[in-house]
Design a protein around this ligand. Sequence first.
Ligand code: PMP
Length: 366
Amino acid sequence: MQLADRMADFDSSGIRKVFDLASRMANPINLSIGQPDFEVPAGIKRAAIEAIESNKNGYAVSQGMPVLRDKLQARLDAEYGRGERDVVVTCGTSGGLVLAILALVNPGDEVIVFDPCFVIYPSLVKLAGGRCVWVDTYPDFRIDPERVRAAITPRTRLILFNSPANPTGVVAGDDETRALAELAAERDIALVSDEIYREFCYDGPLVSPARVNSQTLVIDGFSKTYGVTGWRLGFAHGPRQVIEAMIKLQQYTFVCAPQPAQWAGAAALEVDMSEQIAAYRGKRDRLLGGLAGAYEVATPGGAFYAFPRAPWGTASEFVAEAIRHELLIIPGNIFSRRDTHFRLSYAASDDTIDRGLAVLRRLAVR
Ligand code: PMP
């Protein structure tokens, strides 16, 4: 079977290697997982079960079931002003990203991505025939608007922004966000803001670039906030023209987000997750406390990741040694053109975090 040429752009070997190793270990210390370890709140589970049992199992309308979409729209109206932003319910945040890129990027267009970034961004850009232009953010993972300005060419179509960020956990400062949003508006470049970790902000609420630049397309979702990564539920909001284009694309690709998940998502919007978020703030502090003095790490203000510098060797070499000590972590070259840092996820029990820290402290000096 001859595969399409574009398949060369999808290389999942690095991350798969870590997960393959994990599956063969009896009791690994797993700090590699990109999903919350808390249970889905009972009311949200019940809403999904009730939806299935009351036969809400058919197709949903492509733009999203009114039960959920109207609620999301009311929230956006309250936050941004009535009718300012349209919304579409998507198949996870990933589904929203796919639709956004396909709706906005022409073959040959350039897309600015920040290094490091979430693994699927470069592949999605290539899927649309676009070209990634990387803007480096090491060592503090802050966005320098002047570097972005220097990366813009007449072919630049879109900037892909993510805060709180995967893999660094860094939350962009209000100044950075404002400068980026203004730059995109000034140069008439689309700005896509992936806000999947928006609720996981520990040192103050997230300021979206959409507050500054109303043309910003925001991609958001339920996966992380409610621990429902397997339900494939997300949403996107932005100017009507792009949301309508995304609905059209969804109709001919994903068709709709799963209907039972949409009913449960509507229930989820009424659930207060502040206790779980506060617990994750505690885990963040626990991890940083344990790394202090031994590792160089940019303060992660959000998400549930930290991205320390490998204390010796390349990140891949260091991670291989960690795995030999039963500690599962992800080398930075999965997310980056550099192989100098590694991702820790603290979406784990305190005991797992402590065991991981013990190994890391032992490995800090070779
Ligand atoms: N964006 C970022 C930055 C992520 O880290 C993830 C999940 N790891 C996603 C999007 C995709 O999430 P979803 O499950 O909603 O597709």
